[in-house]
Design a protein. Structure first.
Lengths: 628, 195
C-alpha cells in the first residue's frame, strides 16, 4: 500500500469525453482528431499509400533490370522526359528510383506506417488507457508526418528529379548539387522532408513511452504487459535515442550543401577542378548516419516481432513460450542495436581490430534473435493452430526472419563482408530479414486487428490468396538475388548487360522481375479486401479471435475513451491460452484469479486470496466484472 | 458525501507516479542529449582528420558560462519564492533570470564576433571552428526556447497561476533551464579540452 495514490472523480470526468464524441464534426473526427484510434488509421492509410508508391517504383526499376531492351514508352505519361526517345529509363533517374524506393519503404512505410499505426492503436487499448498521454502531440505527430509526406511526394515530380544518392545519402554525392541532378533541389526537399519526419517520430515516440509508463490500468504491471507493448516501448526508446543523431547528421549536411562548411568534404575534384572544401570526412557522415541507421533496422523490425508474438500465441491457443526470455531478447536487441553500426562500414578502411570488435558485437545479436525464433517455434509446437490470415503472415515473418537472419551471420563477418559488401547479397539479406519480415508483421497486424479498427472482418479467403502469392513471391524475388550477389554484382547499377561477366544472369533477373511484378500485383488483392471490408465486411464480434488482451473487452464500436464504463482491471498476464482445467481455452486479462479456481496454480490461488482481501477492504472500490 | 467517498479510491497497483508532462519533458531532454552527444562524438572522429586546426577559445566564454550558472541560481531562488508564495520576489528573480539568459545569448554572439576577428569562421576548411559555431548555435536555439518558456511562466505569475499549490509549470521550467545550463557547461568543458 506504500505506493497508493488517490484518484478523484474518474467516472465524472469521463462522462464529458463521451458527450464530446457525439458532437464531432467531419473535421474533428476524421482530420484533426486527437483520438488515438483515428490517428492510427490515418497513419495506416497514409502508409498504404506510400507502400503503393514505393512498390511501383521498385517495379519500374525491376523492369529495367529484368528486361533491359524493353520499350518503356508507355510510362511516359507518368515519368515524362525521364524516359528517353528510345523508351529507356534515364540512368540518373534509375538511381532516383532506387533511392526513393528505399527512403519510402524504410521511413514512410515501415517506420511511420507500422509504428505509427500499431503503437497508436494498440498502446492505449492494450494497457487500458483512455487515450495517449497527449492527444494533441499525437495529432501533431501525424500532421508533421503528413507534411513530410507531401514534401517527399512533391520531390518525386520536380524537373531535376528526386534525391538520387541512395537512401543512405552518403556525401560527397549528396552534398554537392553539382554532382548529379538529383543532388540539387531533390536532395534539399529530401532533407526538409526528413527533418519533419524526425519531428513526427520524436513527438510520437515521447508519447508512446510516456503513455506506457504512466497510464497503465490497475494491475497492469510491466510483467503483465503484452509483448506487443514491450516491442512498441523499446522501439520508441530506440527512436528517441537514434533519430536526434540523424537530425545532427542531416544538419551538418545542410551546412555543407548551402553554407560552405566542409564537415564531410575534402579533396574533391569535379571535372578536373579542385573544390575549395578541405579537412572534412565523408566517413564522419557514415558514422552519424549508421548510428541512426542500424537502430532504425530494429525500429522497423521490433514492432513486427511484437505483433507476431501476440498473433502466434493467440492462434496457437498456447501461452507464448518464454515470455520473459522474449522481453530479455528484445532488451538485448535494443541495447546491441546501438553498438554495431560500424558493421555497415567494414570497407571504409577502418582499423581491422576495430572491425573485429564490431564483428563480435554484431554476431552477438544472433543470440537474442535466435531466442526469439526458438520461442516462436516452440509456441507453435503442438499448439491447436488456427490458420487465420494473420497467423499465416506471422509464420511467414518467422520464416523470413530465419532465412534472412542466417545470411546476416555471413555479412556480419568483416572478412566475408569485404566480398559481399554492396552486392545483391546484401539486398537479398535485408529485404528478407527486415523488409519482408516487417512488412509481413504489418500485414499480420492489419488482418488481426482489422475487426477492432473498423468493426468488420476482412475476407479470409482473399487473405489466403494474398498470403500465398506474397509469401512465394517474396522468396522468388529475393532468393535468386543471393546468387547474383555472391557472383559479385553490385547493387544500384543501372544495367547488367553492359558487363560481359554478368550477361549470364540476365535470365535470372528476368525471372526476379516477373516474380516482383506478380508479388506487387498480389497486393491489390489485399487492397480490395481492405477497402471493401471497411464498408461491406461481415460485422465483427467483440472478440473474434478469442484473445486475452484488453482491447477485445472494449465495445466493437468504441468511441473516444475506449471503454464506456470503468477501465477493466488486470489480474493476470495476457497469455493464459489453453490453461489446463479452464472452461474455455482462453482467460482474458481482466478475469481475476478468484473467478477461475478450477484452473489456478497453487501460487495463483494465493494471489486470488489477496485479490479478495483488497476488494473487501475497500468496500467495492474496485468494481470488477467478475460477476460476468 | 457517500458519492464522494466512493469516488476517492485507493488504487494500490496503479503504477502512475510522474506527471506525464514532466515525463515528456525528461524524454525531450534525452533527445537533446543525443543530439549534442552526436556532435561531441563527431568531434572526436573529426579530430583525427587532417583538417583540424586548433585555436584559442575566446575568454568571453568564461563570462557567459558564469552568467548561465548565475541565472540558474536566480531561477532556483525564484522557485523557492514560489514555494513560499512570495510572489513579488518571485517576479523579481524571474526577471533577473530572463535578463541573464538574454545576456548569455548576447555574450555568445560576442564570442562569435571575437572568433571572426581571430579568423575562425563558420564556413571554410577548419572543422574545429565550424563545430564550435554549430554547437553553440544549436545550444542557443534551445536556450531561446528556454527563454520563451520563462516568459510564459513569468506571464503566468501575473495571472496568479504560479504559487505553492501550483508549482508544476515552475518546476518544469526550472528543470529545463538548469538542464540547458548544465548542458552548456559540459559542452564548454568538452570544447575547451578538444579545441
Amino acid at each position: 500500500m506504500a505506493t497508493a495514490d488517490i484518484h478523484i472523480g474518474e467516472d465524472a470526468s469521463h462522462h464529458d469525453e463521451h458527450d464530446h464524441a457525439h458532437d464531432d464534426n467531419f473535421f474533428s473526427k476524421y482530420l484533426f482528431s486527437t483520438d488515438h484510434k483515428m490517428i492510427a488509421k490515418q497513419f495506416l492509410v497514409t502508409g498504404i499509400f506510400w507502400a503503393l508508391i514505393g512498390g511501383s517504383l521498385s517495379v519500374i526499376f525491376r523492369l529495367q533490370l529484368g528486361f533491359p531492351d524493353m520499350d518503356l514508352s508507355f510510362l511516359k505519361p507518368i515519368l515524362g522526359s525521364w524516359i528517353d526517345t528510345q523508351g529507356k529509363i534515364d540512368p540518373e533517374f534509375y538511381l532516383a528510383l532506387v533511392t526513393m524506393h528505399g527512403t519510402i519503404m524504410v521511413f514512410f512505410v515501415l517506420t511511420a506506417g507500422l509504428s505509427g499505426t500499431f503503437s497508436n492503436f494498440l498502446i492505449p487499448l492494450q494497457i487500458g488507457a483512455r487515450d495517449m498521454a497527449s492527444g494533441f502531440m499525437n495529432m501533431l505527430s501525424y500532421w508533421f508526418f503528413f507534411l513530410s509526406s507531401v514534401i517527399m511526394f512533391v520531390s518525386l515530380f520536380i524537373e531535376t528529379g528526386p534525391a538520387s544518392g541512395g537512401w543512405v545519402i552518403y556525401p560527397p554525392l549528396s552534398a554537392l548539387p553539382k554532382a548529379m541532378s538529383g543532388s540539387g533541389l531533390g536532395m534539399t526537399l529530401w532533407l526538409v522532408a526528413m527533418v519533419f519526419f524526425i519531428v513526427s517520430t520524436l513527438l510520437g515516440g515521447v508519447n508512446y513511452v510516456s503513455t506506457i509508463i504512466n497510464m497503465r490500468t490497475k494491475g497492469m504491471s510491466f510483467t503483465r504487459l503484452p509483448l506487443t507493448i514491450w516491442a512498441f516501448f523499446l522501439t520508441a526508446i530506440i527512436g528517441l535515442l537514434s533519430f536526434p543523431v540523424l537530425f545532427a547528421a542531416a544538419l551538418l549536411l545542410v551546412f555543407d550543401r548551402s553554407f560552405g562548411t566542409s564537415f564531410y568534404l575534402s579533396d574533391i575534384y569535379i571535372a578536373g577542378e579542385a573544390l575549395p572544401n578541405q579537412g572534412g570526412s565523408p566517413i564522419l557522415f557514415q558514422h552519424l548516419f549508421w548510428f541512426l541507421g542500424h537502430p532504425e533496422v530494429y525500429i522497423v523490425l521490433l514492432p513486427a516481432l511484437g505483433l507476431t508474438s501476440e498473433i502466434i500465441s493467440t492462434n496457437s491457443r498456447k501461452p507464448i513460450f518464454g515470455y520473459k526470455a522474449m522481453i530479455g531478447s528484445m532488451l538485448g536487441i535494443a541495447f546491441l542495436s546501438f553498438i554495431v553500426w560500424a558493421h555497415h562500414m567494414f570497407v571504409t578502411g577502418m582499423n581491422p581490430f576495430l572491425g573485429s570488435i564490431f564483428m563480435l558485437l554484431t554476431l552477438i545479436i544472433a543470440v537474442p534473435s535466435a531466442v526469439k525464433v526458438f520461442n516462436y517455434l516452440t509456441t507453435l509446437w503442438r499448439g491447436n493452430l488456427v490458420f487465420t490470415p494473420a497467423m499465416l503472415f506471422s509464420i511467414g515473418l518467422v520464416s523470413f526472419f530465419i532465412s534472412g537472419g542466417l545470411t546476416g551471420l555471413h555479412l556480419g563477418n568483416a572478412a566475408v563482408d569485404i566480398q559481399l559488401h554492396d552486392t545483391y547479397f546484401v539486398v537479398a539479406h535485408f529485404h528478407l530479414v527486415m523488409g519482408s519480415a516487417a512488412f509481413f508483421g504489418m500485414l499480420a497486424g492489419v488482418y488481426h486487428w482489422f475487426p477492432k479498427m473498423y468493426g468488420r472482418m476482412m475476407d479470409a479467403k482473399l487473405g489466403y490468396v494474398h498470403f500465398w502469392l506474397t509469401f512465394i513471391g517474396v522468396y522468388m524475388v529475393f532468393f535468386p538475388m543471393h546468387y547474383i550477389g555472391i557472383a559479385g554484382f553490385p547493387r544500384r547499377y543501372y544495367s547488367f548487360t553492359n558487363f560481359d561477366t554478368f550477361n549470364s544472369f540476365t535470365d535470372l533477373n528476368t525471372f526476379v522481375s516477373i516474380a516482383a511484378i506478380v508479388t506487387f500485383s498480389a497486393q491489390f488483392v489485399f487492397l480490395f479486401n481492405f477497402f471493401y471490408s471497411i464498408w461491406r465486411g461481415r460485422k465483427a464480434p467483440q472478440n473474434p479471435w478469442n484473445s486475452n488482451t484488453l482491447e477485445w473487452t472494449a465495445p466493437v464500436d468504441a468511441g473516444h475513451g475506449n471503454w464506456p464504463g470503468e477501465i477493466p482491471t488486470v489480474y493476470r498476464w495476457p497469455y493464459d491460452y489453453g490453461k489446463p482445467g479452464a472452461e474455455d481455452d482462453f482467460i482474458p486479462q481482466h478475469i481475476p484469479y478468484s473467478a477461475t479456481p478450477e484452473s489456478n496454480l497453487p501460487i495463483e490461488n494465493e494471489m486470488a486470496k489477496e485479490e479478495n482481501l483488497t476488494e473487501t477492504g475497500q468496500e467495492g472500490a474496485i468494481q470488477v466484472d467478475e460477476t460476468k | 458525501m457517500e458519492a464522494k467517498a466512493q469516488m476517492i479510491q485507493e488504487q494500490p497497483k496503479r503504477p502512475m507516479s510522474v506527471d506525464p508532462r514532466k515525463f515528456n519533458l525528461w524524454l525531450f531532454m534525452a533527445t537533446v542529449v543525443m543530439l549534442f552527444g552526436a556532435y561531441l562524438s563527431a568531434i572526436l572522429v573529426a579530430k583525427a582528420e587532417a583538417g583540424w586546426a586548433e585555436y584559442q577559445l575566446p575568454d568571453s566564454l568564461w563570462f557567459t558560462s558564469g552568467i548561465i550558472v548565475l541565472s540558474s541560481i536566480f531561477l532556483q531562488l525564484a522557485y523557492r519564492s514560489a514555494k513560499k508564495d512570495n510572489l513579488s520576489t518571485l517576479k523579481i528573480y524571474m526577471s533577473i533570470t530572463m535578463g541573464l539568459g538574454l545576456l548569455f545569448l548576447a555574450g555568445q554572439y560576442y564570442a562569435w564576433t571575437e572568433l571572426v576577428a581571430m579568423k575562425v569562421y563558420f564556413s571554410g576548411d577548419n572543422l574545429a571552428g565550424s563545430f564550435f559555431y554549430v554547437i553553440s548555435g544549436l545550444h542557443g536555439v534551445h536556450l531561446i526556447g528556454g527563454i520563451v518558456y520563462l516568459i510564459i511562466v513569468f506571464v503566468n505569475t501575473f495571472q496568479a497561476k504560479v504559487h505553492s499549490k501550483n508549482l508544476n509549470r515552475m518546476e518544469m521550467c526550472a528543470t529545463y533551464w538548469h538542464f540547458l545550463g548544465g548542458l552548456w557547461l559540459i559542452l564548454f568543458i568538452f570544447l575547451f579540452v578538444n579545441i
